[in-house]
Design a protein around this ligand. Sequence first.
Ligand code: TMP
Ligand code: ASP
Length: 233
Amino acid sequence: MGGKLLYEGKAKKIFETGHPYEVEVYFKDDATAFNGAKKGQINSKGILNNAISSLFFELLEANGVKSHYLKRIDERSMLVKKLKIIQIEVVVRNIAAGSLSKRIGWPEGKALPSPVVEFYYKDDDLGDPLINDYHVAAMGLATPEELAWLAAESLRVNAILRDHLLARKVKLVDFKLEFGKSDEELLLGDEISPDTCRFWDSETNLRLDKDRFRRDMGGVEEAYQEMYDRLKG
Ligand code: TMP
Ligand code: ASP
C-alpha cells in the first residue's frame, strides 16, 4: 500500500494507510529468540504467519471475539484497526512447557489440570518479566476490571482455538496474546501464529512452532507450512 512506516518490530512492520484509524501490518521473515539475542530468518515465515493469523482472527470473529483484524491485503500484509497497545502480554497455558516448566519444575508435556493465565510486562529492555495483578495495578498498566476482562477473554480465545486445533490434530500447548484500545474499546491485537503459540502434533507431539528455531531443531519452515496446511484444511 506504500504508506509511511510507523513502527518496525522484530517480526513485523506497521505502515500508515490513507485512513487515520487503520494501519497495515507487514509480516517479515526475520525471526528472533531470547529477547533478540538469537537472530535469523525463516523462509516464507511472513507469508505463512500472515495467512495463519488471518485464519485465526476470522475464526475468532465468527465466535464473537473482537480483534483489530479487518482483512488480508496481500501475501504479507493485513489491514487492522490502529490500537493503543496495553503493555501486558497475556500467556495462556494448557500443557507445561518453556518458561513454566523451568519456573515450577513440571516436565514439558505434563498437562495442566486447568488452563493457567500469566501476565508479562511488555518491555524488551527488561526482557518481558512475569508480573501479577498487583504489579499491573501499581504500575497502572490496566484497571482491575480491564485485567479481569483480558484474562477472561484470553480463556475464551483458548477454548475456541483449542477445539479448532484439536480437530486438526494439533494440541494447543500455550500462546501469547496482546490487546489494545481502539477509541475506548478493548480489542485483541498483534498476531496469532507459530511465532506466538506452541503447537504440537496431537499424536506424535512433533513441534510445529517457533521452538524449532529457538532450539535449533531444524525443519522450521516445514513446521510453519504444515500448520498452515492443517488450518486451511
Ligand atoms: P514461554 O514458555 O517462553 O514463556 O512462552 C509462552 C508462550 O508465549 C509460547 O507459546 C511462546 C509465546 N511467546 C511469545 O509470543 N513471545 C515471547 O517473547 C515469548 C518469550 C513467548
Ligand atoms: N519475542 C522473543 C524475542 O524477542 C522471541 C520468542 O522467544 O518468541 O526474541
